[in-house]
Design a binder for this molecule. Sequence first.
Ligand code: SF4
Length: 263
Amino acid sequence: MSDRLSRADRRTLHRMDQQIIGLPLYMGNDPRPAAAHVRHLVHLLRSEQSASPCSDAVAHITAVFDRTVPEQATKMIACRKGCSYCCTQPVVVTAPEAFWVAAQLRKRPKVVAAIKEAAKSFGPLPLQERLNARQFCPMLEDALCTIYEGRPIGCRGFVSVDLQACLKMFDRGEVTDIPMPNDTVQVLYAARIILAVALRLTKLSAKVYEMNTLLAAIFAEENAEARWLAGEDLFASLEAGPPPPPQYDQAIESMAKYVTPTI
Ligand code: SF4
């Protein structure tokens, strides 16, 4: 006999989820609020009406991230408008994040061309060489991110409480641990786990790739998002980033088990 909830119970749960998904994410031990977001992402990723299900799903989880990071954590950071030292570092993204970014760039052929060039010239470089190259992200203009509201999860979460540490990386190319507010890191992990669980439950890959490399691969294909959502392994030839650490993977596994009967 299946553990799956009845259709009536799933409908009730769906109604309850609607009251949760517009709120900041509850960061305590109760898994139910995170489960509500996972179900919502699964629903968005499976949509047959949306022009970009990935954009809808990632826009949701990034909005959750933005409204969950506590104000005191934001007050601690040294990041300011016009400060862009970190935008020379490699950004890793999942495919849905890259589809979201790609959708924002369709009418910006110069940026698309710059991304393709970046993918060739510095996309594959290891961290140290990338820092030495000091190449800014193609989406940065006049020290401002031109997709700021729609930037990937990693860019949102990469904040610093110490400008000197950022300068050490930028000026001297030293690989340094950038100190971040603990609360921001916790929310970043929670957002990534929710997205990864939703991808697992929709049988989609949660692999991460260097952003320019993945974007260039997307721009090279017709209907890339629809084909990827249909299960085509479009990025098999790209080098993926390392898999999540075991602790993170366990959290994904246990949340996936918790949510499975409810979808
Ligand atoms: S997407 Fe925006 S925030 Fe992220 S590296 Fe590029 S310019 Fe910086």
